[in-house]
Design a protein around this ligand. Sequence first.
Ligand SMILES: Cc1ncc(COP(=O)(O)O)c(C=O)c1O
Length: 443
Amino acid sequence: MSLSRRRILAGSGIAASALTLGPLGQATAAQEAAPRPFRPHDWKSVRAQFLLAPEYAHLSNFFFASNPTPVREAITRYRRAFDENPYSFLDDNMFRRDEDMLWRDVCAAAAEYVGGKPEEIALTSSTTMGLALVYNGLRLKPGQEVLTTTHEFYPHHESIRLAVEKWGGSMRKIPLYESAQKFSADEAVARIRAAIRPHTRVVGVTWVHSGTGVRLPIAPIAAAIGELNRHRDEADRILLVVDGVHGFGVVDEDVAAMGCDFFAAGTHKWILGPHGTGIIWGKPESWALLRPTIPSLMAKETTDAWRQERPPAGPTQAAWVSPGGFFAYEHQWAVIEAFRFHRQIGRGRVHDRIAELNGQIKEGLARMKHVTLHTPVDAERSAGFVCFDVRGHKPPEVVQIFRDHRVIASGTPYAVPHVRLSAGIVNFPKDVDRALRVVRSLA
Ligand SMILES: Cc1ncc(COP(=O)(O)O)c(C=O)c1O
């Protein structure tokens, strides 16, 4: 093991069992001078790991994560090491010896979280990049279609549009519900099943809809597709692609066991990882169906093949799809600490806390006659979002009123916008009470 790697790992908790700052982990910000001890079972201690401005009720943290102490410290350690010796630090940890490549530890941490294997993970910079790499890399036959829904966010629709244009295929969008409040999981599965045609090659859905707060049942959708696939040739198998970003870090489910082919998610939202980071998880047999889009630096075979002036040998692997070009490695590698933070708290506890706080928001709003709640109250059909409208006020107006009262809410960026509140593990019931008071005052 190289010296640099040993120094970094000593402070990262990867090799050491307790989080101890290495020589590179000198804190800079005042709050970091005396980091508060992290007791994963105490929500106050969890919150104390964040630098979130205390005067606000932060109910939009899903958008772009505030990073907890261990993630910030890891970024600082890596950045300092790069500043001290950029060539050697990168060479030691990225190129010199296969077993010293830190990206392998990132894949291992992600794999543990999703219940899969490190070789099933590609590292990206966002959900958007993940979706684009999947759709652009899938080879459709002319005339084949991607079936998707009317509930997708822009990067999903746009990735599909760009890909089908390239392959001479088409895209079809169906609604899975008319009223999000009355969303039925069984009906959504039935609608997808009924809409699949002989030339449908890919089904693209989103786990948790950021425009309504609805959570789709991915495993039953995958099972329905699996049944249809039993009557298809392997070459025409229907593939299930999931934009998973708003369930990832919220829902207590093993992504690798849900049955989809590809799952793209940023790790800079609910996972609380560094900005500009994300993953794609793919079924081992499905990676072979992708053509990489961006040259990778993580696969020996692709670079060896280039030097030897031959095509890479064998089926595409996840690492071949991880984009190369140098990344902000201080961010990419510090994702390990974000997964570790979740593991320490416990995926089940994270889910329960988010469900409880968002449940409190929904119950409060449901009692207000001047509010139309769109998100299902039931925690099984929703996750970390609460979308609603306030009679007589446009969503941006309500978001501004919230801001004036030190509540950070958001507006949904869809054709039909709503107001959106979203409680995460950094919140407390008092944040929800403050938000509800503001809405009540608008009656
Ligand atoms: C459903 C959904 N997918 C994708 C994205 C974009 O995520 P990223 O910034 O990781 O590309 C968003 C943004 O919040 C979203 O709501």
